[in-house]
Design a protein around this ligand. Structure first.
Ligand code: PEP
Ligand code: MN
Length: 263
């Protein structure tokens, strides 16, 4: 079902009124974690003003350390809903379990399956039984085939609203958080009809690398981007080093637009 062989035309996934795929370029932006009302509302307004189409915000966080901030849970979902009311932006939140799928699902426009859950097969099957649009991030060390097989789990259940997200893979290099596998973009386009976006924040882990890799992702043919934006990155409870201040995000949007216009 994921293969282009049996489904030659590009799939377009609708998230609220936003269409991902085809000729659109969709920006998903927002904080790594929802932290409080002011933080998420201010960020939502800023990213909307700069041209983002979808608001991201994590409410359950897959942190390496159990002592790190774990997210606000349902309280965070309610703050995301408030931000949606204020800006009109559709919202995306990550889920890590079947119970969170059923708890958060009815309140969000799209769910994110993060890198660490790309092969949580029970969760993939359960997501497949719904019609919720899903952003399926590539696993930390997943091959293209493994990633597409995970998409296949969701499609096989009947949910066709799958968008893929290349967010960097683990290599021997330690100078940055991950390596953005740009090869994946044209390869995915060749193998499947599903839209693909690039997350140049998790791919690099460094705020000053986010823009050049975002531009490269669009040049390579991605249908959109995901980046992290925070009012005060220095004080962020997660992923501050790769989070963009509002003015830096605005600047990124302008340069991404320039790339899109020459394609
Ligand atoms: C995130 O989007 O904040 C996140 C945890 O991403 P990933 O699953 O790609 O690491
Ligand atoms: Mn993050």
């Amino acid at each position: 079902r994921a293969s282009r062989k049996f489904h030659p035309e590009d799939t377009i996934v609708k998230v609220g009124d936003v269409e991902i795929g085809g000729n659109n370029l969709v920006m998903m932006a927002g904080p790594c974690s929802v932290e409080n009302e002011k933080q998420i509302i201010d960020t939502a307004k800023a990213v909307k003003a700069a041209g983002a189409a979808i608001l991201r915000g994590g409410v359950v966080k897959p942190r390496t350390s159990p002592y790190a901030f774990q997210g606000l849970g349902m309280e965070g979902v309610k703050l995301m809903e408030k931000a949606k009311e204020e800006t009109g932006l559709p919202i995306i939140c990550e889920i890590m379990s079947i119970s969170q799928l059923h708890e958060f699902g009815p309140h969000v426009d799209m769910i994110q399956l993060g890198a660490r859950n790309m092969q949580n097969f029970d969760l993939l099957k359960e997501v497949g039984k719904t019609n919720i649009p899903v952003l399926l991030k590539r696993g930390l060390s997943a091959t293209i085939e493994e990633w597409l097989m995970s998409a296949e789990y969701i499609l096989a259940g009947g949910n066709e609203n799958v968008v893929l997200c290349e967010r960097g893979i683990r290599t021997y290099e330690t100078a940055y958080r991950n390596v953005l596998d740009l090869n994946a973009v044209p390869m995915i386009k060749k193998l499947t009809h599903l839209p693909i976006i690039v997350d140049s924040a998790h791919a690099t882990g460094k705020y000053w690398m986010v823009k050049p890799l975002a531009m490269a992702g669009i040049a390579a043919g991605a249908d959109g981007l995901m980046v992290e934006v925070h009012p005060e990155p220095d004080k962020a409870l997660s992923d501050g080093p790769q989070s963009l201040k509002f003015n830096v995000f605005e600047d990124l949007m302008q340069d991404v637009e320039k790339i899109a216009n020459v394609l």
